[in-house]
Design a protein around this ligand. Sequence first.
Ligand SMILES: *Cc1c(COP(=O)(O)O)cnc(C)c1O
Length: 356
Amino acid sequence: MLDIKIERATQLKPLPEENNPLEFGTIFTDHMFVMDYELGKGWYDARIIPYQSLPHDPAAMVFHYGQEMFEGLKAYKTDDGRTLMFRPDKNIERANNTNHRLCMPSIPEEDFMQALKELVKIDERWIPTKEGTSLYIRPFLYATEAYLGVRPSRNYKFVIILSPVGAYYPEGLNPVKIWVEETYVRAVRGGIGEAKAGANYVASMKAQEIAHEEGYSQVLWLDGVEHKYIEEVGAMNIFFKINGKIVTPKLTGSILPGVTRDSCIKLCTQWGYEVEERRISVDELQKAAEDKTLEEVWGTGTAAVISPVGELKIHNQVLKVADGGIGPVSQKLYDTVTGIQLGKMKDTMNWTIEVK
Ligand SMILES: *Cc1c(COP(=O)(O)O)cnc(C)c1O
């Protein structure tokens, strides 16, 4: 058990207005969790303190060599007033895989879980209850040693902040248009693509900017070597329903192993669909679109849960997905995952963990 010191905020912030839509990632709660690490000493000084800026030495290694990882998960309020987190154990496991890849210290799983629960509990009043809303949880860890030279830092900070977030699609599930990027790449096998690191996002911003200019909301990445095989979308994994089968790119090292991805594979398999994790080429998608066998496309990620895709732009060609609407599998996945998250549907997979 961590001995978490608690310093409560003396002045609590006003909660956001119930009826104002919450813009993702703009409002933060009253408290944050912080813990420090020093080589040879381990993690120390676990504390929950009022939400505040953190002082850093300008030579802190994170600013120069980018040793930083983050996670993202959500807590929900059920109709009967319970607080649930969705598969936090998977985020904790992935965080430590990322830490390992970035030469950063791991966090004992039970300590991580305790920190999540205690912080969410303290700021429980911030969990919004309107349809589609939740409390987004952002744990992150970064190098704080003041040193200019390339090697792993000897000091780190682990922080958790919370942000109430609104429905990703205020008007309901809406198909998005996706830009298939053929010049820039996000990650290559052997790189850090499978780690949830800020550095992967920096690599992706240029293409995202171009896609936005062209009127597309997200980038679909191709493999970094042949620029031929589908990888994933900005902050989402991708699924296709082709001729009755569900296919998603196999995790080969350059793709982020999403928790929502894993949940969708498990649900689709349970529903009797054949789910294939394999390579999917752009050519295959173009053929499927021509043959009218490209039945559904959707992205999966914590923020939007399920994001139906209505259109893909590849090689100056626009591929329309079925009739451009929301497919039945996308809709069923959305209803089931959010149903479980909100405690409205039976959690037969034991995916939710109650905060009490
Ligand atoms: C976080 C993330 C995802 C989605 O993962 P979830 O665990 O489902 O939220 C997908 N791709 C990238 C690059 C990510 O950073």
